[in-house]
Structure formats: structure tokens, C-alpha cells
Design a protein around this ligand. Sequence first.
Ligand SMILES: [Zn+2]
Length: 58
Amino acid sequence: MATTVKDPVCDMKVNEETASAKSIYKGRTFYFCSTFCKQMFDREPEKYVQALEDRKQE
Ligand SMILES: [Zn+2]
């Protein structure tokens, strides 16, 4: 079973197996719909990770 995860940059659902790009940050793997989103993430990973954490707490 493929796992669907959220692209932290654009909020799109991404399949782990078919994701266009991925990035490892602080031991966690993040998947992206495109290399563009990965580039955005790699530039300011802290910002996107923090946004994800904030959303979880709501
Ligand atoms: Zn994206």
C-alpha cells in the first residue's frame, strides 16, 4: 500500500512512491509534487516544518 503524504509547500497530496522530489530534514523525509516545491522547501525548511506543526495542533 502506497502512503499518501502532504506536500508541505503547496499542501497537495503526494504519493510517496510517485513523488517528484523528496528532501530529508532533521531526520524526517518530506515529499513534493515537483522539484519546484522541493527547492522552496530547501530554501527555508524551518518555515514549512513549523507551518506543518502549527496546523497539527489546531
Ligand atoms: Zn507542491
